[in-house]
Design a protein around this ligand. Structure first.
Ligand code: ADP
Length: 184
């Protein structure tokens, strides 16, 4: 763990999202919910076919046109250490008609709300939209920290939100640009 915020409820770490032992890991999915590159590919590879089968069923029964950007759905974690995966679709930078901030915040907020609805107490996030979807890391740090703080201020059931960065330099950029009001 590199640092923590909101009296320890939020922690920042460097690692692989697929290896996190928490109640749910969040997938930076795309609207098809049928897999892709980056985090999405890694989660489906490590978690096995169960996750994809549940995603197909969600597409069929609830989202035949695909999961809208900013929304979140939940499946089991298959072979992952985490029992659940929350799939959310981040905004593609510059392609959302000026709604990038609102949609990235919605990813974090809706993922946390879904975790609470399922009585989960720990959630790990990758840095949504900052890979293939090209959201600048500095701006994503500000938006994600604000959304998480807003959510946790209104909720007292979630015990741990872990922010997992793939590389040390990415965690450092987060540290320099977050908007959490109180450290430790
Ligand atoms: P998006 O399409 O939302 O941009 P990506 O999966 O392309 O999603 O990238 C999101 C972020 O996840 C990037 O910052 C990337 O460095 C990071 N990342 C890629 N693989 C992993 C992994 N296995 N664990 C944690 N973070 C990862």
């Amino acid at each position: 763990m590199i640092e923590s915020f909101l009296r320890g409820r939020v922690t920042v770490t460097v690692g692989d999202i697929t290896q996190q032992r928490v109640d749910a890991i969040v997938n930076a999915a795309n609207s098809t919910l049928l897999g892709g590159g980056g985090v999405d590919g890694a989660i489906h590879r490590a978690g096995g076919s169960q996750i994809l089968e549940e995603c197909r069923e969600i597409r069929r029964s609830r989202f035949p046109e695909g999961l809208p950007t900013g929304e979140a759905v939940i499946t089991s974690g298959g072979n992952l250490p985490a029992p659940y995966v929350i799939h959310t679709v981040g905004p593609i930078r510059g392609a959302e008609g000026g709604r990038d901030v609102e949609l990235l915040a919605a990813c974090y907020w809706n993922s946390l709300a879904l975790a609470v609805q399922h009585n989960l107490s720990s959630v790990a996030f990758p840095s949504i939209s900052t890979g293939a979807y090209r959201y600048p890391r500095e701006e994503a740090a500000a938006v994600s920290s604000k959304a998480i703080e807003d959510f946790l201020t209104a909720d007292n059931t979630l015990k741990q939100v872990r922010l997992v960065f793939y590389q040390m330099g990415d965690a450092r950029l987060f540290s320099e640009n977050h908007k959490f009001r109180n450290g430790a």
